[in-house]
Design a protein around this ligand. Structure first.
Ligand code: CP
Length: 297
């Protein structure tokens, strides 16, 4: 694999190979500090991040690499330097991989056509967030053994969610059924053609789910006077303790973060017995080690 730009188009064997590789890196794994020793990985975050940036950094360090952490703040982007000029100049300093997060869908794909080093998509606009979907699938696979025949309910702001899109491709490729649920204004058309079931009634969907993934309402990508308001969303689609009672006893709760506590997920659910939210974060390091190892070979 030369780049990791998205999950769409990956074969089941590609995904399973990455998840298998991540398994070997779990809990520190064997010493892998020789794998990228002497190499540089560039973290290029044109958009903010806590989990993705730090776990890619930890993964690169564990493989022996140096990490260049670049963010828009303080850069020459403020003077009008373009995306391509920025990445070409950073590539000229010698990194073997560029990890890119950008608010524009397709930005990492554009970059990949103009650089020689590997490009990893760390989230592009509303398009894809492949490493997030891989760590989500990894978390579920470690709990269940296999995703075949399982039902994963993804709830909330599907329209603006790159996590939903990558998970839809990843989970269906691994044999799960994906149900996407949200208010009609936050459900883009055509999702069924990617194998998803689409619904608007959360209370009816919850009892069927083996896992439910709550998504953040991305207020920064919505205009003013958007329907539903935060309060309306919370009332109709928030996973609160009463709603969680409708789940199967063994059903799991996921959230990619950052959470709007009390909006899409209640604190009691986020921190409750079913929650694997911090497990997702922990697994992110092993999965990102596997990705770096794969694209930097
Ligand atoms: N899940 C996720 O992408 O989190 P960050 O925005 O903190 O990286």
């Amino acid at each position: 694999m030369r780049h990791l730009l998205g999950i769409e188009g990956l074969r089941r064997a590609d995904i399973e190979a990455l998840l298998g590789r991540a398994e070997a890196h779990l809990h520190g794994g064997p010493d892998a500090s020789h794998v990228l020793r002497g190499r540089v990985i560039a973290n290029l975050f044109f958009e903010d991040s806590t989990r993705t940036r730090t776990s890619f950094e930890m993964a690169a360090h564990a493989l022996g690499a140096e990490v260049l952490n670049w963010t828009t703040a303080g850069s020459s982007v403020s003077k009008g330097e373009t995306l391509l000029d920025t990445v070409r100049n950073i590539e000229a300093t010698g990194p073997v991989a560029l990890i890119i997060r950008h608010r524009s869908s397709g930005a990492p794909h554009l970059v990949a056509r103009h650089v020689r080093c590997a490009v990893i998509n760390a989230g592009d606009g509303t398009h894809e967030h492949p490493s997030q979907a891989l760590l989500d699938a990894f978390t579920l696979r470690r709990r269940w053994g296999s995703l075949d025949g399982r039902t994963v309910l993804i709830v909330g702001d599907i329209l603006h969610s790159r996590v939903a899109r990558s998970n839809l491709h990843c989970l269906t490729t691994l044999g799960a059924k994906v149900v996407l649920c949200g208010p009609p204004t936050l459900l883009p058309p055509g999702l069924e053609s990617f194998g998803a079931e689409v619904c608007t009634n959360l209370d009816a969907a919850l009892p069927r789910a083996d896992a439910v993934m709550c998504l953040r309402v991305q207020s920064e990508r919505q205009g003013e006077n958007f329907f539903p308001s935060t309060r309306e969303f919370s009332r109709m689609y928030g996973l609160n303790a009463a709603r969680a009672e409708r789940l199967k006893p063994e059903a799991l709760v996921l959230h990619p973060g950052p959470m709007n506590r009390g909006v899409e997920i209640a604190p009691a659910v986020a921190d409750g017995q079913r929650s694997v939210i911090l497990e997702q974060v922990a697994h992110g390091v092993a999965v990102r080690r596997a990705i770096l190892e794969e694209v930097c070979r």
